[in-house]
Design a protein around this ligand. Structure first.
Ligand SMILES: *[C@@H]1O[C@H](CO)[C@@H](O)[C@H](O)[C@H]1NC(C)=O
Ligand SMILES: *[C@@H]1O[C@H](CO)[C@@H](O)[C@H](O)[C@H]1NC(C)=O
Ligand SMILES: *[C@@H]1O[C@H](CO)[C@@H](O)[C@H](O)[C@H]1NC(C)=O
Length: 941
């Protein structure tokens, strides 16, 4: 452990002291000399300015390295201690301290007092006796306790949630280079995310300016708790002295600077990478000149040559960048591709400044040796786990990047980029990295001690050690077990959750999950330069026998059911498949008669105590219509919106209705990755930015093109519209008026024909609506239409973050709900009244709606997350704390066909997914095959 890297070495300190003494001595001698001159009437040859002593001190401090004062651990009280906070004893804890490279685990107690961790492991009886009366005791009941989660890359407070035009303060559009800006100046203290992120265990975030600029300005480390003063400044953790004006009591404190290269700064200013990198070089050249002027000035000042020296040369706009060159700033650099990383590595060497971390860095795992060439030390790499392919820069991202970087000796950090990812689930990023192969110790460190070190704060956060800040999380399970939820969160020793709701989890959740082996896939990611082939391979034989099967779930028009369970027959079973159809599943004896099958031609697959379940269904993203979201030329594009303006005449008098099936593109990387993760189908509606969407399509993610047998499941599944607060025209009431008109009085033509079907209930009407008032209006409209026409409509609401407020009414109206996202977030005003789920509320939105017998499905917003549907389902089950069964959890996906499927009933055998090892509901298994009667084959991965 390089625990002391921040601490100036003894030698440096003593050298500094000698320099101070000699400079002061010099001033003294000069003073004597001048006195002598004036008394003897000689002419002045040199004049000592009044500011001489401050200037000398300043010159001596110029290159002083940041870090805590040497007596830091002598503190008996945190500078952030809130008077009145009672001391806390957490007992019976399994304590992951962060020590010993993240491998140290202690069993015992933790004492928190005066905002600090006082003792860890065994608390002395002397302390207990001293604090007896005041002590608040928490019994962790043998559960895990870790340091608070540290987010190295957040825009919390600057990019507000809910997003409001009056609080978009994360990007300045006034120039490519703006080192003088401070994220602190836009920090909104009223953001809904503070409480939500704390509920995920996040205690500290580095709030950075956005990436619209090459040099975007200064970032600030905050603790997320409310302060007594309620001000942004009072949230800062160890702010640089120049920020809060507090007296400097030790070495300078770390500053943070945001840099960004590649697409974002280039796009915002319509320039190229060449322009952006020149902007960097020009800025650093300017800063270098200022630095050189200062250094020249100081060498004269320290030599006492004040003659004509004037004032210390400074420049308010460039001082922060000069500090970068002096090694006093943690440079946090948003860079994705090899080309960008190379640009910045060269920049760091040309101007000789260290880079703290490359953020996003989707290709860093492909060029580890390049990263190691950065000036002074290799930057850490801060990444997402599976959020990828949203733009060209992210196209070669890999879920194996974290482990590959670690194998190459680079520091790995998982970050949220909040609100890009909701930082409440930052630990889930580490869990995913762990699932795909990042070692356990490094996975936990990637959201605690490693980011703390990268931001220069690991002398006080990121570890559970005596003397560190009292930022502590008690979890309801092992922190790397999926769905780990805080039972309590302490920031500066203050308990943050007023009335936490948690459930007791199964025993195996108290241990680190046994994750599958992905060595080959990880090697392929590198071998194929980030684009390993993902096309599924057909089984060699028509006959495939899955053995060692623990349970089989199937699905039909009635829903999901468990058709075989080893528990009942006390031995694992088999599933025999012929051309994609299951011919027998159950115990070996049940299937014995099929042993006649020519064994030579049977391909055997050992599921190793695994499971067979229905293929999952994805809905809500443009999966199938897009390859790379931000590359228009890879996408189907957007429909015309009849409420936004005149429709092109060529579409017919009513503007026509768009069918997503006509724009389908097969075999995108997101589709293939989802398929490999057990998602066999997607239902996708035409992409739209307004009210009108069109007809959705249901299609196979395992097909390579539209003409393949079984590629299209249903070419026109449902009619889709959105009723939203778009702002301005059209109003919500105008959108409702249009919907009423289309349903009550359908016009001639295609549009009318489909809305007539929707009004009559022969196809579902799927309305994206988030806000409870809009949902209520839609329920009334449904009544109105049904009464006027004597029909029964099939209405499904998607989005539906506020649906829980109307659970009983939605159930009564027999309206279906697709919650999207499945774990809600108040991204905008119309979806702000979420039911957050444990630990903030006893029920989750899903469990509450299910308890009212509402038919519920779950959706995704962005197509990269289609692959995570298994995890989403598991999350839903875990957050319901046993109130929903495995069958109900799996139904959250299969219900989508009912809710969005229109005319087609589920006929014939459904697609199944074979999962090797472990359970579907934790992170211990992996998908190895799809059994597809529709494609008439078995795909093996
Ligand atoms: C830290 O742990 C990782 C992963 O377990 C290991 O590869 C690395 O060598 C360890 N580092 C030290 C300094 O022990
Ligand atoms: C198979 O899985 C079940 C359920 O998780 C478990 O109880 C059992 O011990 C496992 N059997 C083997 C041989 O691993
Ligand atoms: C939901 O359905 C179950 C089973 O049919 C029934 O017992 C229960 O009362 C229903 N709950 C509500 C809130 O209607």
């Amino acid at each position: 452990m390089d625990k002391v890297h921040w601490s100036p070495s003894y030698e440096t300190r003593s050298t500094t002291r000698r320099r101070v003494i000699s400079a002061l001595g010099l001033v003294f001698l000069l003073g004597l000399y001048l006195q002598y001159q004036s008394t003897t009437g000689l002419l002045f040859t040199s004049r000592i300015p009044a500011h001489a002593s401050t200037t000398v001190a300043r010159c001596l401090a110029l290159d002083q390295k940041p870090g805590p004062p040497t007596n830091f651990y002598k503190r008996s009280e945190s500078d952030r201690y809130a008077p009145g906070t009672p001391p806390v004893l957490i007992k019976n804890a399994r304590i992951w301290t962060g020590g010993e490279n993240g491998t140290e685990v202690l069993r015992g107690e933790i004492l928190l007092e005066k905002g600090l961790i006082k003792e860890v492991g065994r608390v002395s009886s002397r302390s207990l006796a001293r604090l007896k009366e005041e002590l608040v005791v928490y019994d962790a009941r043998d559960r895990w306790v870790t340091p608070g989660i540290v987010d190295l890359h957040s825009h919390l407070g600057d990019a507000s949630s809910p997003e409001l035009e009056g609080a978009v303060d994360d990007n300045s559009l006034k120039g490519t280079v703006q080192p003088w800006l401070r994220a602190l100046d836009g920090l909104n203290t009223h953001d809904d995310s503070y409480a939500l992120s704390i509920a995920g265990g996040v205690t500290t975030s580095l709030v950075l300016p956005g990436s619209a600029n090459a040099i975007g300005g200064q970032g600030f480390t905050i603790k997320l708790r409310r302060t007594k003063e309620r001000s942004p400044t009072s949230m800062l953790l160890e702010p640089p002295y120049q920020i809060d004006g507090s007296p400097q009591t030790g070495p300078p404190r770390w500053r943070q600077m945001k840099h960004a290269c590649g697409e974002n700064p280039s796009a915002v200013y319509s320039v190229t990478r060449m322009d952006t990198v020149w902007a960097f070089r020009e800025a650093y050249n300017k800063a270098k000149q200022v630095k050189q002027t200062q250094d020249a000035y100081c060498s004269k000042a320290l030599a006492g040559a004040w003659e004509g020296l004037g004032d210390f040369p400074e420049d308010l706009q460039w001082e922060a960048l000069v500090d970068v060159l002096r090694g006093k700033v943690k440079v946090q650099t948003h860079c994705y591709e090899a080309v960008d990383l190379d640009d910045i590595v060269r920049l760091s060497n040309e101007f000789q400044f260290p880079i703290a971390a490359f953020h996003h860095a989707s290709e860093a795992y492909l060029v580890p040796d390049l990263i190691k060439k950065a000036y002074d030390h290799p930057p850490a790499v801060a990444i997402f786990a599976t959020n990828a392919r949203y733009k060209r820069e992210a196209y070669r991202s890999s879920e194996f990047a974290a482990r590959i970087l670690a194998e190459n000796g680079l520091k790995v950090v998982m970050k949220s980029d909040h609100p890009v990812l909701n930082s409440r689930y930052l630990l889930y990023e580490a869990q995913q990295a762990f699932y795909y192969g990042l070692p356990e110790n490094l996975a936990l460190a990637s959201v605690t001690s490693t980011p703390a070190g990268v931001m220069g704060m690991d002398h006080r956060i990121g570890y559970l050690k005596g003397g560190w800040d009292a930022d502590v999380v008690m979890w309801d399970s092992h922190p790397l077990a999926l769905g780990a939820t805080p039972a309590q969160v302490f920031i500066d020793g203050i308990a943050q959750l007023e009335q936490p709701y948690t459930f007791s989890k199964p025993d195996n959740f108290q241990k680190v999950p046994k994750v599958p082996n992905f060595d080959k896939q990880a090697a392929d990611a590198v071998k194929f330069d980030g684009l390993p082939p993902l096309e599924p391979k057909k089984a060699d034989s028509d006959y495939v026998l899955f053995t060692n099967v623990r349970s089989v779930f199937t699905s039909d028009a009635e829903g999901v059911r468990e058709s075989f369970s080893a528990n009942e027959v006390s031995e694992n079973g088999v599933v025999l498949v012929d051309k994609g159809r299951v011919v027998c599943s159950g115990s070996r004896t049940t299937c014995a008669e099929f042993a006649l099958v020519d064994e030579v031609n049977v391909q055997m697959v050992d599921l190793k105590n695994g499971t067979v379940i229905p293929g999952l269904v994805s809905f809500g993203s443009p999966l199938g219509l897009e390859h790379i979201d931000q590359e228009d030329s890879t996408n189907d594009g957007w429909v015309f919106d009849p409420l936004a303006g005149a429709m092109p005449k060529i579409l017919g008098s009513d503007g026509g209705i768009t069918r997503a099936v006509d724009g389908l593109q097969f075999a995108s990387r997101d589709a293939l990755l989802a398929y490999r993760a057990g998602v066999t189908k997607a239902i996708t509606a035409p992409s739209h930015g307004g009210f009108f969407s069109g007809l959705s399509v249901s299609f196979s993610l395992g097909a390579m093109h539209k003409l393949e047998t079984g590629a299209i499941v249903q070419d026109a599944a449902a009619v889709h519209v959105s009723v939203r607060h778009f702002g301005g025209v059209p109003s919500v009431s105008t959108q409702i008026a249009a919907l009423r008109h289309l349903l009550l009085d359908p016009p001639q033509g295609d549009v009318g024909r489909w809305f007539k079907k929707a009004a009559e209930g022969t196809v579902p009407l799927v309305v994206e609506a988030h806000n409870a008032d809009i949902i209520a209006t839609l329920i009334m409209l449904k009544d109105e239409i049904e009464e006027a026409r004597g029909t029964t409509m099939k209405l499904t609401i998607t989005g539906a973050e506020e649906a829980h407020l109307l659970a009983a009414e939605i159930a009564k109206a027999k309206v279906g709900v697709v919650l999207n996202p499945s774990r809600p977030f108040p991204a905008v005003w119309e979806s702000r009244r979420i039911l957050p789920g444990p630990p903030l509320s006893e029920q989750s939105a899903i469990s509450l709606l299910l308890s009212h017998n509402v038919t519920v499905g779950i959706g995704i917003q962005e197509k990269w997350s289609a692959r995570n549907l298994f995890f989403d389902i598991a999350w839903a089950a875990l957050e319901a704390g046993g109130r929903i069964s495995e069958v109900q959890a799996l139904s959250l996906s299969s219900n989508l066909e009912k809710l969005l499927g229109g005319e087609v009933e589920v006929t014939g055998p459904t697609e199944l997914v074979a999962i090797e090892g472990g359970s579907v509901f934790d992170m211990t298994s992996k998908v190895v095959a799809v059994i597809s009667p529709r494609l008439q084959l078995v795909h093996l991965f």
